[in-house]
Design a protein around this ligand. Sequence first.
Ligand code: PA5
Length: 440
Amino acid sequence: MSIKSPITLDAKYLAPNLTAEMVAERSVQVSACARNLREARCAGAEFTGWLSPAEILTSDENSRLNAKIAQLRKETDMLVVIGIGGSYLGSRAVIEALSDCPEQVVYAGQNISADYATKLIKQLSGKRVAINVISKSGTTTEPAVAFRLLKQLVPADKQSEWIVATTDANKGSLLKLAREMGCATFVVPDTIGGRYSVLSAVGLLPIGYAGVDIKALVQGAAECAKLCAGSDDPLKNPALFYAAARNVLYHQGYSTELLANFEPRLHTLAEWWKQLFGESEGKQNIGLFPAAVDFTTDLHSMGQYVQEGRRNLIESFVIIDGGEPDLTVPAWDVDADGMNYLAGKPISWVNQMAYEATAAAHRDGGVPNLTIHLAELSAASLGALMYMFEYACGVSCLMQGVNPFNQPGVEAYKLNMFKLLGKPGYEGGIAAVEAVEVKF
Ligand code: PA5
């Protein structure tokens, strides 16, 4: 079973747990969910603006965004992206996968660590620092605290030029603050939630600052959108096949999906994917738990569990087939380490063999797996892949009967935290529970 498209999907190691016939049996449900998503006749329909990547920014907004990126690249040394969740993971995923200078972009507001903030401030001292503070709600605690800490790094006479806020068009304290400071603002569209926002100004400003071709990224996603809309048959559409396969396997009792790569620069893509699927699908006590592994690194740690631990895992590999640097294993005159059998072989080929060996071994160990192949890693292919995941995620959620675009569960910790912090309006402590008494 193999589906051809700009992104190739190889499903041979899903058998025997999952066959083409099983996917075909789900085609009526999958097709209906895909149509409902595209035609915005589903739960959360008001948040489907991401479906048309090329239309997210108007041409005026696009020009303004590109002008701001050019100005910041020319006038500053470093960009701090302040945001959490969907407000930073997409841009960080793309920057770490594709940028030649990922170290010029740093991240804050994605944790509340005093140690992290202190070291970041030290790292940025003496640099010309730009800040892009990003929050759709404009009220999230973590980025708001980080902005208070880091704003001072931008000289007062440059703040209106080098600080940029990306937030709601009409409301929120960040918008008010940005207006008071006279900073440029970009919009998180009303129709797009955080984890689906990488191709809006939320992702594009930091990605463009890092020198990645944002036009190609959006075009790659737009091509994939055409492909996704082109067929509602899961045997002809990789996004729908992926959605159907993980759903069938979930209902067979598999409860965890591992996203596995063999390329360190895809690490944060997996973080973004975890948020996308975890926050979209994990509700009403259901959903595959999304986890990620970096191979071959984790083959020497998590590999044991994947091969022989509890059999509740499915695995999705993201593999880059070509375009890797031309580096070969050196030959040694004295073959002291016994590695001369690899002398002259490309490192990328050795890595490829490691992937093929792993996919087969995990299948034999009872981990059904599929592989998403990218011909090469480029802005266009990454844009396509991220769109494919977003589309598949929307369809997966609708198949499970949950709203892909809300995150009611995130409020629980916030409510308790606000009470503990004494935020006005949140008086009263956390509800008491019967405690387990232990004495050591
Ligand atoms: O996907 C989401 O909606 C969330 O992860 C948000 O992006 C995250 O909670 C940050 O919210 P905000 O952008 O409002 O600060």
